[in-house]
Ligand binder design. Structure first.
Ligand code: SIN
Ligand code: CO
Length: 406
């Protein structure tokens, strides 16, 4: 049997031990990195991944950029003019490799390529709620996106060829007007390095930088998500009004017994704003409710993610396959949890404690081994839940090659 939606291509990346020194972090432990560097200062790590093999070839990257569901951008700097185009790009629509000063950026490569997913997994010492994606850029000589700053932390890993990075702690973040890209008006480099394959540069948010390809090169950006409070607030209020049914403050409708007859029909009734305001001011929420909202919201699949659903498979047959192979989260699945809830792809569940224990393990490791499925399979609802999520395309059976008798 070979159903590509039912079976995973590769085992997903598991968690990272916070206290083991990593070459990836220049010999620091993740705990030290988060304490001393994260959000505070840039860090250049020579040979973070020695002998690195690019997760994708240039051709495979171009193929991804040709797909509708993949977000890609082409940035050119021809004749001293910045230009930005959104993908998809048929390979014939890209400039030639001999043309200087262009860059192709492909977002979310981790969703389509297991080597990129594995790479992103090496950064899971940062919570999944903050990890965003792996973007891969390909550039010809002199190519780049110009001096700029990002609102998010980033690890810039050189995967092939060389790139010259110049960075600056400057406070002046003024942007040039009327350009398709955010280019700093007055970039004054303070440090400069040429990164070779395997070298990596960490930059905190708002840190000015400019990376220019020194010959043809590829760079992976491991990026983070930091939702804007304004955006969260909008989503939260919508969630609060829709989800919390027993919200006393929001029950019923506006009514106006005793409203006097009016000779100014266009004027808002005097008591209306007061009545609505009283209800809004009576809205209450707890940290637990906010946590439920955040988990639901942040586990929403990324734009463009569509889960391939396998052919219907009877529960019993599924159970025996899951027990012999183990299960993994599909690459596009986002699973998070808090003290009481388990969140997967925008849905919140409140599993009983024995189930929660296994679901948390599934979320942290992105897999349950065959032995683990065997251990939990008889818990009430366990197999039904896994079966249901598998039919949604959210879970897959572990790759067949990992089964001894495959
Ligand atoms: C790039 O890879 O060319 C751009 C990455 C960045 O500067 O954020
Ligand atoms: Co940047």
């Amino acid at each position: 049997m070979n159903d590509s939606a039912l079976y995973a291509q590769a085992l997903p990346p598991g968690p990272v031990d916070p206290d083991t020194p990593l070459q990836l972090l220049g010999g620091m432990t993740p705990a030290e990195f988060m304490r001393d560097i994260w959000h505070q200062k840039p860090l250049l790590i020579r040979q973070a991944i020695p002998g690195i093999v690019p997760p994708v070839t240039r051709e495979a990257l171009f193929e991804l950029a040709d797909r509708d569901e993949v977000e890609s951008r082409l940035i050119t700097y021809f004749r001293n003019r910045w230009k930005l185009e959104q993908g998809p790009f048929a390979p014939d629509n890209l400039p030639t490799r001999k043309t200087r000063q262009w860059t192709l950026l492909v977002q979310g490569v981790n969703l389509h390529n297991s080597a990129a997913a594995e790479l992103m997994g090496q950064f899971r010492f940062v919570p999944d709620a903050r990890l965003d994606d792996v973007m891969i850029s390909y550039a010809t000589d002199g190519g780049g996106v110009g001096p700029h700053f990002d609102s998010y932390d980033v690890f810039l890993l050189q995967v092939s060829g060389r790139r010259r990075w110049r960075i600056s702690a400057q406070a002046d973040l003024e942007i040039l007007p009327n350009l398709p890209l955010k280019i700093l008006a007055d970039f004054k480099a303070e440090d400069e390095w040429v990164l070779e394959p395997g070298d990596m540069l960490y930059l905190p948010p708002q840190y000015a930088h400019d990376g220019v390809a020194d010959g043809e090169c590829m760079t992976c950006s491991i990026g983070f998500r930091a939702p804007a409070y304004r955006e969260l607030a909008g989503h939260f209020l919508a969630w609060l009004s829709e989800t919390v049914e027993d919200n006393e403050a929001l029950s019923g409708r506006y009514a106006d017994p005793g409203e006097p007859a009016t000779a100014r029909p266009a004027q808002l009734p005097a008591g209306m704003a007061r009545a609505v305001s009283e209800r809004l001011q009576a809205l209450r929420w707890s940290n637990a409710m906010v946590s439920e909202f955040i988990g639901t919201h942040l586990s929403e699949p990324k734009p463009g993610v569509e889960f391939a659903t396998p052919a219907e498979i009877p529960l019993r047959k599924y159970g025996s396959l899951a027990r012999s192979l183990g299960i993994v989260l599909a690459p596009g699945s986002i699973a998070l949890y808090d003290r009481t809830h388990f969140f997967i792809n925008g849905e919140a569940y409140e599993p009983p404690p024995e189930l929660a224990r296994w679901l948390r393990r599934l979320a942290d490791r992105r897999q349950l081994t065959a032995a683990e499925v065997g251990e939990c399979a008889d818990l009430p609802d366990m197999m039904e839940t896994l079966h249901h999520w598998t039919l949604e395309g959210w879970l897959q059976l572990a790759p067949q090659s990992h089964c001894n008798n495959a």
